[in-house]
Design a protein around this ligand. Structure first.
Ligand code: SF4
Length: 456
């Protein structure tokens, strides 16, 4: 028997989710709440009674993208509610799009849900509220973002997130672990731990202890990582657990042995942003200390397979050719596995805008090209060294058979986070292979970002 999940007069909500994984988690929470209130989800504009646009307001380019997405939703549907980071700039949104029904800011879950209730009142079906529903997920079933805190206590000169999202507010550790356990029971094979500053988890609650399965656990990155490593998927193995947005504070050293023990994926996403002490100081970056290269070396001694990904900003105000040369030399020594680079862009309201000595656009471009050239070379060399090795790979997507009957698949090694890192392309996979399977792959070839191979 087929049961329709949409009742005839059930109101439908469309969602356009822009921005970072943290915003995606917000979209999931809003949709989960709306579904509990009796709404159905609409996969397209035409079928929606109201469309939510979850915006990103970090960079000017992201704001433009958000305004364009709002315009498209208005043109296609007409009934649009705006939420998310750019929601803090309601005047700019209303000036561009006076037709929007309501504007709410980041994390204003109650307000956005209220706005939906006001503009598309839910049908009071007799059964809807009684049907237990799993949480809405916008990522594929086999990986999930696990948000452990909101906000940030730092004041990096180029960033307005503390203004948009407030001070650090950590979730209770038992609540985070319960959510992770539920996700893994529902088929998640990979947990991506996110926040603005994962290494600061629990600082605001003085690392409050909670009971978890009969023993106390602190709200602390190391304790959380250890407990996440105790979870088991339906195959009886620990899920992959990746830590994102970690700052190189000394206590980060404590999670590296967990990677060596196989409890934590050997991967750290550390947004260094620069290497020159002078630029880091001007940026007001946390954990800005000189010994990072030594610590990286120490981490690799404990866990040789650790992959470190980072991002860097070039052309920050006051960055001299000497500072930039320092960064290139540092990158050469650090041998990071994955690097994203950005040209500095002023963000409205950020302290960096008042700094003297802006770097001319053409110099930014030139530095950006040089940093990309260097980091691509390092990445290519590191990937070349993997040829001939056998690595675990999580499958994201299985293709259709070609004219010879060969089926290809795309996956990721432990060194690749979804969306931001490279991929592993597999040839000739069995037709029984499915997304979320973890297989051993023999690496046959590599380019600057991706690996190629076959199940070994
Ligand atoms: S650590 Fe710095 S860049 Fe990151 S959210 Fe906080 S203020 Fe912004």
């Amino acid at each position: 028997m087929t049961v329709s999940t949409t009742l005839p007069d059930q109101k439908k909500v469309g969602m356009v989710s822009l921005g970072c994984p943290k915003a995606l988690v917000d979209s999931e929470r809003i949709l989960t709440r709306l579904r509990a209130d009796g709404y159905a989800m609409s996969p397209d504009y035409a079928g929606a009674d109201v469309v939510l646009v979850n915006t990103c307001g970090f960079l000017d380019s992201a704001k433009e993208e958000s305004l364009a997405a709002i315009g498209e939703a208005i043109a296609e549907n007409g009934r649009v509610i705006v939420t998310g980071c750019m929601g803090e700039e309601a005047d700019a949104i209303r000036a561009a799009h006076p037709q929007v029904l309501a504007v709410t800011g980041a994390h204003q879950y109650e307000q956005v849900v209220e706005a939906v209730h006001e503009h598309a009142p839910p049908s009071q079906g007799p059964f809807i509220d009684l049907i237990p529903q799993p949480d809405v997920k916008l990522t594929p079933r086999h990986y999930s973002y696990l948000k452990i805190s909101e906000g940030c206590n730092h004041s990096c000169a180029f960033c307005i997130i503390p203004d948009l999202r407030g001070k650090l507010a950590s979730r209770r550790v038992d609540a985070v672990l319960r959510e992770a356990e539920k996700l893994v029971a529902a088929g998640t094979k990979e947990l991506l731990v996110i926040s603005q500053d994962t290494s600061a988890y629990g600082v605001d609650t003085r690392h409050e202890e909670r009971d978890w399965k009969g023993h106390p656990v602190r709200a602390h990155m190391t304790d959380l990582a250890r407990e996440l490593g105790q979870l088991r998927t339906s195959e009886g193995v620990p899920p992959w657990v990746r830590l994102h947005y970690v700052y190189p504070y000394p206590h980060v050293d404590a999670v590296i042995p967990l990677m060596a023990e196989g409890l934590l994926t050997p991967y750290l996403d550390i947004p260094f942003q620069h290497a020159s002490p002078k630029v880091l100081k001007a940026m007001r970056r946390p954990a800005n200390e000189a010994k990072v290269l030594e610590r990286l070396k120490g981490w690799r001694e404990i866990c040789p397979e650790i992959a470190v990904r980072s991002s860097f900003v070039v052309g920050f105000p006051g960055e001299t050719e000497e500072d930039f040369a320092y960064l290139l030399e540092w990158l050469e020594q650090a041998q990071l596995d994955r690097v994203g680079a950005f040209r500095f862009e002023p963000v409205e309201g950020a302290a960096a805008n008042a700094l003297p000595d802006p770097v001319p656009e053409e110099v930014k471009e030139e530095r950006y090209a040089r940093v990309m050239e260097l980091t691509e070379r390092i990445s290519a060399e590191k990937l070349q060294a993997k040829i001939g090795k056998t690595l675990p790979v999580i499958i994201d997507d299985v293709g259709e058979a070609d004219e010879d009957g060969d089926i290809g698949a795309t996956g990721r090694s432990q060194a690749d986070a979804p969306e931001i890192d490279g991929a592993v392309y597999l040839r000739n996979v069995p037709e029984t292979l499915a997304s979320g399977d973890i297989v051993q792959v023999q690496v046959e070839d590599a380019d600057a970002h991706d690996l190629f191979g076959a199940i070994g």
